[in-house]
Design a binder for this molecule. Structure first.
Ligand code: SF4
Length: 695
């Protein structure tokens, strides 16, 4: 039986998965995607699939991949998604399909317990704080039973715990073949298992990091697989450029100083004046920090010529030269005693690498790259390519030519473009001759969802805008009993809206306001969902950045998504500016060809949080009048699924109240119009946001 026939049988509504997987329900779009994936696995080549929310894209690529009998590499965006694929979806399908497939999970080295560092941490326990010692005891106990050594198993320890860097390795401090624990090393075990598995699950970070430094095994793996699937492919470019670039950070330098002090005094006491060496290095790092304003500046600072914009040129050159000299001096000292131990040799190699990285930033930026300084809790000097296209062409797809095989490359996500061509995605990823498929969401958006753009909102640039958004959210969330997700375009707006909401609910405590960053995302989402259960405290969740995607709350726990402004890329960001200039150089208007499509894709992602299954209902509110007053607003609206339009505040309030009642089969909140017909009707009464009447 051919692969396409086997896939058809697996998705047959009367057989296959329908009989063996409880949660499975046949969907035409899912079957079409699975057949397209199967055809690509048969013939090789590139397939790009945008599969709208609810299509079931994971099964649509996993089933053909598992049935193909080929060696497959699966890459997704985060470690959490990796764990879901490896721990839940793949085992379920392997059992249902009855295929003898060996699977492996491979993460970056920082995800695994390093037995050598654990033993070092044990010896240095006397110098650690109480909190670190408590966590260390948990790690010790777990280390006796774990097979994989994957720290994700240690759910009782916060991933931000100070013990994590003490018990994990970096490329710099791993002893490699000279390590006494090398035979039982968890990192090596994960890599060996990946090399012998049929299906290997990795993440995009690891994929690109390994292309750059070739140390975690993916580069060896790539020529041996017949198919590569990138899920959450919309994140590939952003993740890729981070890792394909060069960088040196104060975090790396601080870590080097710490290890130099510890290892130098432990392994080569009296051989060199370790304290003086470290003091000189630390003083050069401090000079850099002072120049950037001791943490007063946050964010990316453009860097076009010799020094970052706004930084004193002479001071910068002096600080970089001092740091360079300190690193070189340390390198010379370490080189003279490198035979003393593998640890000293490792330190010498680090000093050499840090010097080489710093050198890059002492020379002009290469064409096709963008350079910037990132200021915050640490300082990062970064230089990266504008997109991953060239690397994909020369170092990823080129493996086909090296191995004289025609691999299959599948790229998929719920959002890959603002129109059916997905031209930007193809261009950024260097995808030529790709087959492009758009599979529409099976959801009935006109019945399930509505959109409202309050025309009385202040312009997005006005100082009163965040307060007006908060007022709308406060009133609407009272009607719904919480169940509201607020997505902001900046952290500042997030803080302002959250503070205004907390002030509003301070007396009544009617609604709990949850804010990004105050707890881990998973915990915030759980509290948000629990808030909607009977007797629960209704919640409003306010988030920015990562909350625009990856928040998955099916059911009526989430009924309202409020977007503060159109999500245009931040002006002044050096990477955004460099990309815009790239369009200009190619004779294209950056606003129309870059900024508007980017905003449309981001809004589509945010709006995707609202409807997660066939029975969901909800309202999307976009508090940005540009969507209805400006010409480009039509283009952005056209990228959204066709929803009902709520043209006035009265319609909005009626729709909110309808959401509090059980849904009917023919849910209609108001006259249905396609989003394209949403224009500046100015029909909203020119008065402040009014409170809905009780009941
Ligand atoms: S080989 Fe490296 S990662 Fe493995 S135990 Fe030794 S130091 Fe740690």
């Amino acid at each position: 039986m051919g692969l396409q026939e086997a896939v058809a049988r697996a998705f047959d509504p009367g057989a296959g998965l329908a009989q063996s997987v409880k949660e499975f329900s046949p969907r035409a779009g899912q079957t079409a995607m699975a057949q397209a994936v199967a055809a690509t696995l048969d013939s090789g080549g590139v397939l790009v699939v945008e599969a709208g929310t609810g299509v079931g894209k994971t099964f649509a690529y996993l089933v053909p991949a598992l049935l193909s009998g080929e060696r497959v590499l699966l890459s997704t965006a985060t470690k959490t998604l990796q764990d879901q694929l490896f721990g839940r979806d793949i085992p379920r399908l392997v059992a249902a399909l009855g295929v003898p497939v060996r699977t492996a999970l491979l993460k970056g080295r920082s995800s695994y317990l390093c037995l050598h560092r654990l033993s070092d941490a044990r010896q240095d326990a006397a110098t650690q704080s109480g909190a670190v010692l408590r966590d260390l005891a948990q790690v010790e106990a777990w280390s006796l039973t774990t097979r994989a050594g994957d720290l994700a198993e240690l759910i009782q320890i916060d991933e931000r715990s100070a013990v994590i860097p003490l018990v994990t390795s970096t490329r710099e401090n791993c002893l490699g073949a000279q390590c006494p624990q090398v035979q039982i090393c968890h990192v090596n075990l994960a890599r060996r298992e990946a090399m012998s598995a049929d299906v290997v699950v990795i993440n995009h970070h690891l994929f690109f990091a390994d292309l750059n430094i070739r140390e975690s095994g993916v580069a060896e793996l790539l020529p041996t697989v017949q198919a590569v699937v990138f899920d959450e492919a919309h994140q590939l470019n952003e993740i890729g450029v981070q890792f394909l670039g060069r960088q040196i950070t104060t975090y790396q330098l601080d870590g080097f100083c710490r290890d130099l002090t510890q290892q130098g005094q432990k392994l080569a006491l009296g051989v060199a004046d370790w304290r003086a060496l470290v003091a000189e290095l630390a003083s050069s790092v401090l000079s850099l920090r002072r120049l950037i304003g001791e943490g007063n500046q946050v964010g990316r600072i453009a860097w076009f010529s010799g020094e970052p914009v706004g930084v004193d040129a002479q001071g910068w050159q002096r600080a970089v030269a001092d740091l360079h000299a300190s690193l070189q001096q340390t390198d010379v000292v370490l080189r003279s005693i490198e035979d003393m131990s593998p640890e000293i040799q490792g330190l010498q190699e680090r000093a050499q690498r840090l010097t080489a990285e710093l050198d890059i930033f002492s020379h002009p930026v290469q064409p096709g790259f963008v350079r910037w300084l990132e200021a915050g809790t640490q300082i990062r000097l970064v230089q990266s390519p504008l997109h991953i296209a060239e690397t994909m062409q020369t170092r990823v797809f080129a493996t086909d030519a090296e191995t004289k095989s025609r691999k299959s490359w599948i790229f998929t996500s719920a959002t890959l473009g603002h129109d059916a061509t997905m031209a930007h995605f193809l261009e950024d990823c260097g995808l030529r001759d790709a087959k492009v498929l758009q599979v529409q969401s099976p959801f009935d958006y006109p019945s399930q969802a509505a959109i409202y753009v309050p025309s009385q909102m202040p312009n997005p640039g006005e100082s009163s805008h965040s307060a007006a958004v908060a007022a709308l959210v406060a009133d609407a969330s009272i009607v719904l009993g919480g169940r509201t997700l607020v997505l902001t375009t900046t952290l500042r707006a997030m803080r302002e809206i959250a503070a205004a909401l907390r002030h509003h609910f301070a007396q009544s405590s009617a609604i709990e306001v949850l804010v990004q960053g105050e707890s881990p995302k998973r915990e915030l989402t759980e509290r948000f969902v629990n808030g909607a259960t009977p007797g629960g405290h209704g919640c409003v969740l306010v988030g920015s950045a990562s909350f625009w995607e990856g928040v998955d709350v099916p059911g009526d726990a989430l009924q309202l998504v409020v977007v503060d402004k159109l999500p245009f890329s931040p002006p002044g960001d050096p990477v955004v500016e460099a990309r815009a200039q790239h369009f200009q150089r190619n004779g294209k208007n950056p606003f129309h060809h870059f900024h508007v499509p980017q905003a449309a894709i981001a809004l589509k992602q945010g709006a995707g949080r609202l409807i997660r299954r066939e029975t969901d209902r909800g309202i999307l509110v976009v508090c940005d009048v540009r969507l209805i007053r400006m010409g480009y607003g039509r283009r952005i609206l056209a990228a959204l699924p066709a929803m009902q339009v709520l043209a006035t505040q009265e319609e909005f309030v009626r729709a909110l109240r309808a959401l509090t009642k059980p849904s009917t089969t023919d849910q209609r909140w108001c006259a249905t119009r396609a989003p394209e017909s949403l224009t500046a009707d100015n029909s909203f009464p020119a008065r402040a946001w009014c409170r809905p009447a009780a009941g």
